[in-house]
Design a binder for this molecule. Structure first.
Ligand code: DX5
Ligand code: ZN
Length: 219
């Protein structure tokens, strides 16, 4: 297996010990931190907002990817970008003017990612893919950690790889939801560059080791 980039999602960590979690991730082989912001409208769950982003900024040594599961994310980009965010990932379904939002993210000095819900066709990326640093394919319905990987995602990953090649684009493919040591190999073989993992990392007794294992390292 090609070694994937691994982005632990802190959604399923114990927030009473966020500092400890971030210290563990700092010492791990994680490539960046995946931070899930939910508004209770775009998804049926509310996670956290700026006070937690501030705490993360103060304690993480990893780049931060903000996965915005919120409607009209353009209203908050400027505020969120102040927290030393490396990449902002917005949902195509949440943006009427996706191209414009992508340019706005870049003007703020962040990399731009677009996430697609499991049912959303890849066609909506056809005329924006060349502007993206990453496409995040949701392999669960967004809103909650600990769900089961949707197998149709494998075909979607391969087709996205074809689209990226056909357009000569440089976007990375990230897959988010239900990733664990059992399915990571087929996800990477299908063409993913990066995987997000929440519960399989933080429900483990050794999150550092779980991150290394997702990269293919034997314990
Ligand atoms: C789900 C979030 C994911 C989630 C992944 O809506 O976008 O990032 O935290 O958690 P697991 O790995 O448990 O599916
Ligand atoms: Zn996410």
């Amino acid at each position: 297996m090609k070694e994937p980039l691994v982005a632990p999602s802190i959604l399923s960590t114990d927030f009473a010990h966020l500092g400890r979690t971030l210290a563990t991730v700092n010492e791990s082989k994680a490539d960046w931190l995946h931070v899930d912001v939910m508004d209770g409208v775009f998804v049926p769950n509310i996670s956290f907002g700026t006070p937690v982003l501030k705490a993360i900024q103060q304690h993480t040594k990893k780049p931060v990817e903000l996965h915005l599961m919120i409607v009209q994310p353009e209203r908050y980009l400027e505020i969120f970008a102040r927290f030393n965010i490396s990449q902002v990932t917005v949902h195509a379904e949440a943006c009427t003017h996706l191209h414009s939002v992508v340019q706005q993210i870049k003007r703020l000095g962040c990399k731009a990612g677009v996430a697609l819900n499991p049912h959303t066709p890849l066609g909506c990326l056809e005329y924006v893919i060349q502007d993206l640093d990453m496409v995040c394919l949701m392999s669960v319905n967004p809103g909650f950690g600990g769900q089961k990987f949707i197998p149709q995602t494998l075909d979607k990953i391969s087709r996205l790889r074809e689209l990226i090649n056909r357009k000569g684009a440089a976007a990375l493919i990230e897959v988010d939801g239900g990733i664990n040591q059992t399915n990571v190999t087929e996800v990477v073989s299908a063409g993913a560059d990066a995987v997000v993992a929440g519960s399989s990392v933080f429900d483990s007794s050794d999150p550092r080791q779980a991150i290394a294992a997702l990269k293919g390292e034997q314990s």
